[in-house]
Ligand binder design. Structure first.
Ligand SMILES: Nc1ncnc2c1ncn2[C@@H]1O[C@H](COP(=O)(O)OP(=O)(O)O)[C@@H](O)[C@H]1O
Ligand SMILES: [Mg+2]
Length: 348
């Protein structure tokens, strides 16, 4: 994993805030204040900083995840890499080609699969014909195209649907067909914007496995954006966390997980009033391996809140519960959410 396939250097993107961005109420208020149509349309409030000095390096054969909440700048970054949006500062390279100055070379090295899986497919043609249409458009020789389409439909698990009309496909299948189209040309770098959004869990899992297979068995570079923490952890070799246009962490998934998961809270909800024994039991909880803090909450129910780190074994806690015959009605667990991890990372 040494060959750099995607690189960004201090990449900046700003979108002007346009009139359309102003809410109706403020718009009217503004209208009243300036009193003129022309002034409103020449009024400039500033910019949205979609990307702020983004530096990334992605290597051949890896699955790289860009993880961030809505509006973080993920789509913007992908659109810059596939030459749909021009950056306002910094540089981006795809297989060494500059995305602004050498865009046609970039497009020969990279294929982006953006949302909208239905775009560009003919609803009343079957899957094979739809793909053949694109093969012709891309100028692939007929016999090669036929073979490649068969292979891809097989690879994607769509072989027995290949004569079905496109309109009969489920969302997941349509997504897979979109991937077939992206793979018609043997392009080394693939970008996916939220590839599993809208898929059911089974289809999403299938799709994730496909992406990993493409990277690991075909040596492709797979770059995905996602807001799904779990997805990033499960398929990516490395993950960059982006928030408000800034990369706040970039590391292997393993390291990130180590950072993210150490703290877990368990709330044991007890039936009945606390009695004198409880204080002593709490001391025993505190003595367990991996327990950082234990607190009690009284309300209509009694809650024991156990804060733990990665050395904690849930079995130890179970044994203690059994030993004291604690009447546990329910247990809630708590793990930090994506937002909390962001806050932690930002503060770091
Ligand atoms: N064409 C556009 N014009 C103006 N602002 C935009 C445009 N596209 C995106 N933005 C803004 O840029 C920021 C980043 O958006 P985007 O890259 O789509 O984020 P993400 O894909 O992570 O949800 C957001 O604040 C969004 O509102
Ligand atoms: Mg997006």
């Amino acid at each position: 994993m040494t060959e750099v396939t995607i690189e960004t250097v201090d990449l900046v993107k700003r979108y002007p805030i346009s009139l359309r961005g102003i809410s109706g109420g403020r718009h009217r208020e503004y209208w009243g204040r300036v009193g003129g149509f022309k002034e409103i349309f020449t009024w400039k409030k500033g910019f949205i900083q979609a990307l702020n000095k983004v530096n990334l390096k992605v290597y051949r054969g890896e699955v790289f995840g860009l993880l961030g909440p809505n509006g973080a700048g993920k789509t913007t970054l992908i659109k810059i890499l596939c030459t749909l949006v021009l950056p306002d500062g910094g540089e981006a390279y795809v297989n060494g080609y500059n995305v602004v100055k050498q865009s046609s070379k970039v497009l020969r090295n990279l294929q982006a699969v953006l949302g909208e899986q239905h775009r560009g497919f003919e609803w009343r043609l079957n899957l094979k014909d739809n793909l053949e249409f694109y093969a012709t458009l891309y100028g692939l020789p007929r016999s090669y195209a036929k073979k490649r389409i068969e292979e891809l439909l097989e690879f994607m698990g769509l072989k027995d649907r290949s004569n079905d009309m496109y309109q009969r496909l489920s969302t997941g299948m349509a997504r897979k067909l979109q991937l077939c189209r992206a793979l018609l040309l043997d392009i080394p770098i693939l970008l996916f914007d939220e590839p599993t959004a809208g898929l059911d869990p089974t289809a999403a899992t299938d799709f994730r496995q496909l992406l990993r297979r493409l990277a690991k068995s075909e040596g492709k570079t797979i770059f995905i954006s996602t807001h799904n923490m779990w997805e990033a952890q499960s398929i990516c070799d490395r993950v960059a966390i982006i928030n408000k246009g800034e990369i706040i962490a970039c590391d292997t998934t393993e390291n990130l997980r180590r950072y993210v998961s150490p703290e877990k809270h368990y709330s044991l909800i007890l039936d009945g009033e606390p009695d004198g024994k409880l204080k002593r039991i709490i001391d025993e909880f505190e003595g367990l391996n991996g327990v950082k803090d234990v607190s009690l909450e009284f309300g209509s129910l009694t809650k024991i809140i156990v804060k733990t780190d990665e050395n904690f074994k849930i079995l130890d806690m179970m044994n203690l519960i059994a030993k004291h015959c604690l009447n546990v009605r329910d247990m809630e667990t708590y793990e930090p959410s994506l937002e909390e991890i962001f806050i932690k990372l930002v503060k770091r």
